[in-house]
Write a protein that binds this ligand. Structure first.
Ligand SMILES: Cc1ncc(COP(=O)(O)O)c(C=O)c1O
Length: 478
């Protein structure tokens, strides 16, 4: 692929882009149970207008764009109040949950270095905490100490968290809720441990933190999970998920400025302009911030309560119907509109392919440390009007999946792979595995074989394989 010598017309460019999207799942029809959070057409128009209005303004320098400084301050104030914070709570608008978590871990590391002289930091987190904490550990040279979590509650045991603390622990982590099974960890108990052991405590409310208070207003039982809990020192919360903002919208919050100070990077030791970066990114388009401010004000409390009502109703309908199906287990008792189900009787990894053929996306999750292979559903407000049709299709696919032969992966290969160590993964074996998974060329047509294979591998081998696969994908346009 080469840059065209002469530019195309606006129409030709837009036609090409539309053609690229032809195979994407139609999320506007409410068909994707992950990745997209649909506020409806009218709200989408508001997002688009705000996004493009501030597309070119640069949050790198708030002195030049006071508009962005003001919007960030207002979004922060709304978020802090929404999460039980007082006037001392500070934070920053970021590009997503991962950036918020990266910043929080980096802040904890630098705080521990400065205040406690810790040179080899570790972080205590449940296995249900989002993978972005592992990414933060990898980026900032922090050792993750994983605390196992088991069913049926899928909430971490506070005593197990405390037992994992070492003299080098810089922070405890818990989720409200965790993504995989949608349950809230025991935040108050862990907060008490953090206070007693004088540790920082991050509550990751990325996926559900915005909506949980609205669920509570509607009578759902939601335990205290935010700055109202003593011991919570920092939080992350995404707007681009269930606050229905445009993508690129999250927030990291700290109990006070003294802690946030360790987040900020400045660079005056070069020949160019003075760099003051509170966040990972330096140049930041104003669009996502403006769209976030816009949707909060467009929907208001009433709008979000309406969305919360839709989410609760759709989730309850889905859980009731799934729980009644023989051989299907809904994992835990979700506190939020995230539902995972598994089965001991057939390979659930065939369900996403069968559902895709009917126009739906549902998300496979690999088995890990006692959490069986399962299918995850993120249920946004737009799902309510589709829920019966979705459930009819899902039930039909589950019946069909039960009848299917196991995915066409040679059995011997599965056994061999389950014993595979990282050092055994040769390029030849890598290509053999890709071929067995039907993923030798470009994006795979079906995912059951791939997930069945990945599921038997040791996590570090699966990780190496996925990274090698993605490394290959990048070169295909040549
Ligand atoms: C609990 C939790 N934390 C963090 C993240 C990471 O967020 P992002 O994908 O915006 O980087 C997610 C994403 O689903 C999440 O569910």
């Amino acid at each position: 692929m080469k840059l065209p010598r002469e530019g195309l017309s606006k129409n030709a460019v837009l036609e090409r882009l539309d053609a690229f999207a032809a195979n994407d799942l139609p999320w506007r029809e409410g068909n994707t149970f992950a990745y997209v959070y649909d506020p409806g057409r009218e709200a989408e128009e508001v997002l688009k207008a705000a996004l493009t209005r501030f597309m070119s303004e640069n949050a790198l320098d708030p002195t030049v764009y006071p508009s962005l400084a003001r919007m960030e301050a207002e979004v922060l104030a709304i978020a802090a109040a929404h999460l039980g914070g007082d006037e001392n709570v500070v934070g920053n608008f970021t590009s997503g949950g991962t950036e918020s978590v990266l910043l929080s871990v980096k802040t904890a590391r630098d705080y521990a270095r400065a205040e406690r002289g810790i040179a080899k930091p570790d972080l205590v987190l449940p296995v249900t905490a989002h993978a972005c904490f592992h990414k933060a550990c990898a980026y900032f040279d922090v050792t993750p100490i994983l605390v196992p979590v088991s069913g049926p509650s899928w909430r971490v045991d506070p005593a197990a968290m405390e037992a994992a603390i070492s003299p080098d622990t810089i922070m405890l982590v818990a989720s409200a809720p965790q993504y995989a099974h949608g349950v809230v960890d025991p935040i108050a108990e862990i907060g008490a441990i953090a206070e007693r052991r004088k540790l920082l405590f991050h509550v990751d409310a990325c996926v559900g933190g915005w909506m949980l208070p609205f669920f509570r207003q509607l009578g759902a039982s939601v335990p205290a999970f935010d700055f109202s809990v003593p011991g919570v020192t920092q939080m992350s919360m995404d707007f681009h998920k269930f606050a229905y903002a445009a993508k690129g919208a999250s927030i990291v919050l700290y109990r006070d400025k003294a802690l946030r100070q360790h987040q900020i990077f400045t660079g005056a030791n070069w020949t160019g302009y003075s760099v003051i970066n509170p966040t990972v990114l330096s140049t930041r388009g104003g669009g996502p911030l403006a769209a976030c401010w816009a949707i909060l004000h467009y929907l208001g409390e009433e709008g979000y309560l309406g969305f919360a009502r839709n989410m609760l109703e759709a989730t309850r309908t889905i859980i009731a119907r799934l729980s009644a199906l023989p051989g299907i287990e809904v994992m835990g008792k979700p506190d939020f509109s995230l539902v995972a189900f598994c089965s001991d009787e057939f390979n659930v990894f065939t369900i996403p392919d069968l559902m895709k053929a009917r126009g739906w996306f549902v998300q496979p999750q690999l088995g890990f440390m006692g959490s069986k292979p399962n299918i995850h559903l993120s249920i946004d407000q737009a799902k309510l009007s589709k829920v019966e049709r979705f459930l009819d299709d899902l039930e039909a696919c589950i019946l069909q999946a039960r009848q299917l032969p196991p995915p066409a992966v040679p059995l011997g290969l599965l056994e061999r792979l389950s014993a595979l160590r990282l050092e055994d993964l040769s390029p030849a074996l890598f290509h053999q595995i890709l071929a067995a998974a039907g993923a030798s060329e470009g994006l795979p047509k079906e995912t059951a074989s791939i997930n069945t294979l990945l599921n038997v591998l040791k996590p570090e081998v699966a990780g190496a394989l996925m990274s090698a696969y993605f490394n290959e994908l990048g070169v295909q346009a040549r």
